[in-house]
Design a protein around this ligand. Structure first.
Ligand code: ATP
Length: 292
């Protein structure tokens, strides 16, 4: 298990980027790390990787502080992508595999498999600089995955990928997680995180404001009432709690408060009620609430 406790980081100049960040990523868990721009995700991951020193707090793996040797067995995709631009794709992935201690033959086999999985086989002999940004991103991912890491830490691995590549990467990460690897990744794609992750951590201004499974966070957020009324009279929802959206001749009211029976009576009186039901909060709604 990866355990992060009480991380604090103040940058020269005074900015407190992390103010007591802590969470755990268990074996076999896909953990989505989400937060607004500047919330502290990259800083946290850099500290885990030893690229940056924290002022306080601890990072431990399997109950012991993470050391340089263990970090070699981590697959890391940094925010600042680092590839050799002139080197060919397959050669580069193999090279990084060997840097992590793989034999040439093992690195070649793993590279071929990843090229296939990330649909890069046709580009295997191209120099990295000749690839589109999305394809460079796939190479960067292959580099993080090639040595069959014990733990994966990926800073925005899905950004810039097309939908096919998003699916391919999702499958690869799910397989690694099912094999027992804890996978920590940051993302701004909340629908993807909600669909993919076993657990989610929300960071805001250097502090964790929510962490747990999507189901737990949804249960804590409570359910929202959604009412759709066709042909409703203007002003029918005046004074009712929640947000009203008008889509053509449909009025959609979403609320997590108020007297549901009173809302139903008002809706029936004002028009044709097409939908009346309780819905679970989406991760986007939970996120907005948590960082508000
Ligand atoms: N080297 C640095 N010197 C000073 N401030 C920094 C430095 N690196 C990061 N910061 C600040 O620390 C805060 C956290 O930054 P960080 O990059 O961790 O955020 P993030 O959650 O990864 O954001 P994004 O989603 O935009 O990538 C920000 O206010 C940022 O400006």
């Amino acid at each position: 298990m990866l355990e992060i406790t009480g991380l604090r980081k103040q940058f020269p100049g005074g900015k407190v980027a992390l103010d007591g960040v802590g969470f755990e990523v268990r074996p076999g868990e896909l953990y989505g790390f989400v937060g607004a721009n500047g919330a502290g995700k990259t800083t946290t991951m850099r500290i885990v990787m030893g690229v940056l020193l924290s002022d306080a707090g601890q990072v431990s793996w399997q109950g012991r502080p993470l050391d340089a040797d263990t970090r070699k067995r981590i697959g890391y995709m940094p925010e600042e992508r680092g590839l050799y631009q002139k080197m060919r794709v397959a050669e580069q992935i193999e090279y990084f595999g060997q840097l992590h201690g793989m034999s040439a033959a093992a690195a070649r086999t793993a590279t071929n498999d990843l090229l296939e999985r990330l649909t890069l086989t046709e580009r295997r002999n191209d120099a990295v600089e000749a690839l589109s940004l999305g394809n460079q991103q796939r190479v960067q991912l292959a580099v993080a995955l090639v040595h069959d890491p014990e733990l994966l830490i990926l800073d925005e691995p899905f950004s810039g990928l097309d939908p096919i590549a998003v699916e391919a990467l999702s499958t690869v990460l799910q397989e690694r997680a099912r094999g027992g690897v804890p996978v920590l990744f940051s993302s701004h794609q909340l629908e993807l995180v909600e669909r993919l992750c076993d657990a989610v951590g929300i960071i805001s201004a250097g502090r964790m404001v929510a962490t747990g499974s999507v189901e737990t966070l949804q249960a804590a957020a409570g359910r929202a009432l959604k009412v759709v009324v066709r042909g409703a009279e203007p002003g029918w929802a005046d004074g009712l709690p929640g947000e009203l959206a008008v889509q053509g001749d449909r009025h959609v009211l979403v609320t997590s408060g108020g007297d549901d029976q009173e809302i139903l009576r008002r809706a029936v009186k004002s028009g044709h009620v097409e939908h009346f039901g309780f819905e679970r909060a989406s991760l986007t709604e939970i996120f907005k609430e948590a960082v508000a």
